[in-house]
Design a protein around this ligand. Structure first.
Ligand code: GDP
Length: 474
């Protein structure tokens, strides 16, 4: 049965006039809205309208996104010990105060803002990847950008590689700061070649990675570092809605003898107000007072603000996400639910504290149809490290890619466990023994951790995993 124009208009939810106009544009002849249409014409009309509506919806979504204001980037500073992380943070903190009136006091609230003519940058106030990964391990994403400090007098060191691995696992953009450029033995070219050896190509060599020469002592290059951070942030197009329900991350928490529980919060979305109720993990609080890194009392805190708050009755856990809730009833019910859920998991038979092994990991991968095995590799010597790395590279296939999060000499550390845990990976140790506390953490986090003494046993297990011929048995 041929369809009449008014029938089609009704079917498509349009006015007759709109459809007639479209038919005019298509060059279709008709007498009135009661005329019949060829089947093929009706089909074309439906397709056109469908396309128009999809485009319209996409345009509206993009408009809505663009209506959300930009937010400042959140930056973490990582790198090898003594390469200048603390000095850089100190310099940034000071430069900020210098711009304000002298005599400003600072307060540690877990993060601080640096305002530049080009925009604001929020720095996490704790250097190093441990703090960062502890937060990540609890599932929250905090830092958009990682600045990895490398002393230009020394070049890439073991913890530089760890920092890169952690930043990559967390999906943070990486900017390198070649520090101590004021020293006579500073050698930026060594920093470049060291990075190239890790497969990281600096912009100076036509790659994607910015390496900014700086001195945390003299301040040289730090403006340029800030500019690069803001430029990177611009490309990321970071936005947050100040009107959304407030949400963010607990950066730190401690008990003060006089004040009680003090928690540092990073607001990632929405705006917190004094008097609001929030839940974080199994704890809740009514915000009695808020203050920022300048010690200023705040009545509200929007996206990108770090504030210290008073009002939790118990210590929230650093790294937990917090959420705004409407009132005390909601706060209590949500936290009670979470506590009950944890207790029921703890008492479930056969599941308490059993270490996961690679077989579990494989099963998980198959279920998730994941084609990547994420591994942390730890060995006793540089020689064995390179040998195993080469073999692993060869075992990697198109179907199953072996992805080394970190390959380093030395015993597996607690931070390795957190790294593997964030990437849902495993740790393989060759001729090095993890300490008891590392084993325990791996168990808690459900990270498979396996030690080998014979190279071929290690390779054999990997081979079985990749081929999926046989579940590994430990
Ligand atoms: P961290 O362990 O990475 O936090 O390193 P620190 O910030 O504590 O710095 C280690 C040492 O290097 C300290 O003695 C600093 O004074 C020194 N240092 C840091 N940055 C610079 C720099 O740009 N130039 C020079 N000459 N020394 C620096």
């Amino acid at each position: 049965a041929k369809i009449r124009i008014y029938q089609l208009a009704k079917e498509l939810g349009m006015h007759n006039d709109e459809l007639l106009k479209l038919l005019d544009e298509m060059g279709v002849a008709y007498k009135s809205h009661a005329s019949t249409l060829e089947d093929s014409t009706a089909e074309t009309v439906k397709e056109l309208i469908g396309e128009q509506r999809v485009a319209e919806a996409a345009r509206r979504a993009e408009e809505a996104r663009k209506a959300i204001p930009h937010r400042p980037p959140v930056v973490v500073i990582m790198g090898h010990v003594d390469h200048g992380k603390t000095s850089l943070l100190d310099y940034l903190r000071k430069s900020r105060i210098a711009e304000k009136e002298a005599g400003g006091i600072t307060q540690h609230v877990g993060a601080f803002e640096v305002k530049t003519p080009g925009g604001t940058v929020v720095f996490i106030d704790t250097p190093g990847h441990e703090a960062f990964t502890t937060i990540r391990a609890r599932g929250a994403k905090v830092a958009d950008i990682a600045v990895i400090v490398i002393a230009a007098s020394e070049g890439v060191m073991p913890q530089t590689k760890e920092a890169i691995a952690h930043a990559q696992a967390a999906g943070a953009k990486i900017i390198f700061a070649a520090n101590k450029i004021d020293l006579p033995n500073a050698d930026i070219n060594k920093v470049y070649t060291d990075l190239m050896q890790l497969g990281i190509v600096p912009v100076a060599y036509g790659g994607d990675y910015e390496v900014i020469p700086i001195s945390a002592r003299t301040g040289q290059g730090i403006d340029s570092l800030l500019e690069t951070i803001l430029l990177t942030a611009e490309l990321e197009d970071l936005r947050a809605d100040p009107k959304a329900e407030a949400q963010g991350v607990i950066l730190e928490a401690r008990v003060d003898k006089q004040a009680g529980v003090l928690a540092s919060l990073l607001v990632q979305q929405g705006t917190l107000h004094v008097g609001d109720y929030v839940v974080a993990g199994e704890h809740w609080g009514k915000l009695k007072a808020m203050s920022d890194s300048e010690g200023t009392r705040r009545s509200e805190a929007g996206p990108g603000s770090a504030v210290q708050v008073l009002g939790f009755s118990e210590l929230p856990v650093a790294g937990d996400t917090f959420n705004w809730v409407p009132d005390q009833i909601a706060a209590k019910e949500i936290t009670e639910e979470r506590i009950a859920e944890r207790k029921s998991l703890e008492t479930r038979p056969n599941d308490g504290g059993r270490a996961r092994n690679l077989a579990d990991l494989m099963r998980g991968m198959q279920e998730a149809e994941r084609k990547e095995i994420n591994l942390v590799l730890r060995t006793d010597t540089q020689g064995s490290l390179e040998a195993i790395q080469n073999i692993l590279e060869r075992e990697s296939t198109d179907e199953v890619k072996i992805n080394l999060l970190l390959a380093a000499v030395g015993a597996p550390s607690e931070s390795d466990v957190l790294l593997a845990s964030t990437a849902n990976g495993a740790i393989l140790a060759f001729s090095v023994n993890p300490s008891g506390s590392v084993k325990k953490l791996a168990e808690q986090k459900g990270v498979p951790l396996q030690s080998f003494r014979i190279i071929y046993e290690l390779i054999d297990e990997i081979r079985k995993m990749v081929k999926g011929q046989k579940e590994p048995v430990f």
